[in-house]
Write a protein that binds this ligand. Structure first.
Ligand code: S3P
Length: 182
């Protein structure tokens, strides 16, 4: 990636990570508004670059989706590093080591939205656009919770428990922690 460290430190790049249903896109959009930063959502970027849904890409193979997701992440980090921005990632972005390295080298803050399985089940129950939850959302979310928790934990510079908090209050908490006015 072609962004120097000087640029990174004079800008504000906030990356949101966490499991699917933890609220990254909703919080990210709101946080960007309140901090007057640009907003990037890697799932949306993948969909608009490929003109395909996440489900269609997964039907071609998870590696196909991950490769587009990586391109979107690199693009989002580079663009955010040139100005300033909030980047909402897909829950599985941390499963690719090079993604983790790029987030670490570009982000001024990595915020982990830490939600428990009950919340995640409730928040993902209405949509059908998440192919990894086919065949039993609860079991799949429990498995991802176990497998990915330590990845989010080691990458995060700020952990926010989402339990019992609205999107608005999570956003406000993050903005306050990051030293801005919500
Ligand atoms: C995924 C999370 C999804 C999306 C895809 C795979 C994952 O994003 O990228 O379905 O592996 O956890 P959200 O976390 O925004 O739902």
């Amino acid at each position: 990636m072609g962004v120097s460290h000087d640029q990174v430190h004079s800008t504000r790049v906030v990356v949101l990570v966490g499991l699917m249903g933890s609220g990254k896109s909703s919080v990210g959009r709101r946080l960007a508004q309140s901090m007057r930063l640009d907003f990037y959502d890697t799932d949306e970027m993948v969909a608009s670059a490929t003109k395909k849904s996440v489900r269609e890409l997964f039907a071609e193979g998870e590696s196909v989706f991950r490769s587009h997701e990586r391109d979107a992440l690199v693009d989002a980090l580079e663009r955010a590093s040139k100005g300033s921005g909030v980047v909402a990632t897909g829950g599985g972005v941390v499963t690719v080591p090079q993604n983790v390295a790029d987030i670490q080298s570009h982000a001024s803050a990595v915020v982990w939205l830490d939600a428990d399985v009950e919340e995640l089940v409730a928040r993902t129950s209405s949509g059908t656009h998440r192919p990894l939850l086919d065949g039993g959302a609860r079991g799949k979310l429990e498995e991802m919770h176990r497998e990915r928790r330590s990845l989010y934990e080691s990458l995060a510079t700020l952990r926010v428990s989402t339990k019992g908090r609205s999107i608005a209050s999570i956003t406000e908490l993050i903005a306050t922690q990051l030293g801005s006015v919500a």
